[in-house]
Design a binder for this molecule. Structure first.
Ligand SMILES: Nc1ncnc2c1ncn2[C@@H]1O[C@H](COP(=O)(O)OP(=O)(O)OP(=O)(O)O)[C@@H](O)[C@H]1O
Length: 268
């Protein structure tokens, strides 16, 4: 099984944004979708989530055409965490997370649905906030509710569009660890649009780099991260180092700063 995106093209009005994107994420894989602002990451995740329809191309999982499947069937396979969500503010956290169960629920939620909801709330560290209205949450807490909602959906494919952008350092790391665990333990296939190249290298086993709506690198981060390619794509001179802890990307300008600040030694 794998998530397969083939020859996907998309344009907003007449402006082409995706120019024939191909990628494959193996079942249980954790793939980072990287690229500068405006390179097409959100647009691609929205196409897989069926928020947008491509002009041409296909998206399938395990050979099943996800774009042609009935909506409910698609929602049983794919969960999508948008950059930010418009949710009715009078809803509580628990009610908002229950929405993730919609593709599975019959007439009304069962005890098992509520158990799945509460487990997702706990996993995202939201138990103490479960009965709070969304209007009383911080931006980062609201972002964690969106992730809990996606987990409650129990998808086979998890799409996350910059899910850590509003999170503090602890929750950034915990969220990435959580997605990593969900892929490893439950075989969920995850695709995450993310800006932090080093987080991508640390947590993901595949990195796909978009530039101007085209894939310009695809592979394990240690292979896909090439200093010349990254420098060209981001328009910034970067260095890539490969050590025991994995691959690391640093802007060349920061190395100079580090060198200067590290130079003086304290005298007693
Ligand atoms: N609703 C829209 N109407 C017209 N153009 C759009 C719309 N949404 C995005 N675009 C354009 O499509 C291109 C790709 O945008 P997209 O949001 O997919 O990029 P991204 O890689 O996710 O960027 P970022 O890192 O800033 O989130 C950009 O040039 C953007 O200006």
């Amino acid at each position: 099984m794998s998530l397969d995106v083939a020859s996907v093209r998309f344009a907003y009005r007449r402006t082409p944004v995706l120019e024939g994107v191909d990628l494959r994420v193996a079942e249980g894989g954790f793939c980072a979708l990287l690229g500068p602002n405006g390179s097409g990451k959100s647009t691609l995740t929205k196409i897989i989530a069926r928020v947008l329809s491509p002009a041409s191309g296909t998206v399938s999982f395990g050979g099943r055409d996800l774009l042609a499947a009935p909506r409910r069937e698609h929602a049983r396979v794919v969960a999508y965490v948008p950059q930010s969500g418009a949710t009715p503010f009078e809803q509580t956290v628990r009610e908002a997370v229950l929405l993730g169960r919609t593709p599975h629920i019959g007439l009304r939620p069962t005890r098992r649905d509520w158990e799945t909801v509460d487990a997702a709330i706990e996993r995202l560290g939201l138990s103490e906030l479960a009965d709070r209205p969304l209007s009383q949450l911080s931006g980062g807490q609201a972002q964690r509710v969106l992730i809990a909602r996606a987990l409650a959906q129990r998808p086979r494919v998890l799409l996350l569009d910059e899910p850590t952008s509003a999170l503090d350092l602890r929750y950034q790391i915990e969220t990435l660890q959580l997605v990593r665990a969900v892929t490893r333990e439950e075989g969920v296939t995850a695709l995450i649009a993310i800006h932090d190249l080093n987080h991508a290298a640390h947590f993901c086993d595949q990195a796909v780099l978009l530039d101007g709506g085209r894939v310009v690198a695809d592979g394990p981060p240690s292979e896909a991260f090439d200093a010349a390619v990254l420098s060209r794509v981001y328009g910034l001179d970067v260095r890539v180092s490969r050590g025991e802890t994995g691959v690391e990307v640093r802007p060349a300008a920061l190395e100079t700063v580090t060198g200067v600040s590290a130079a003086p030694t304290e005298s007693v």
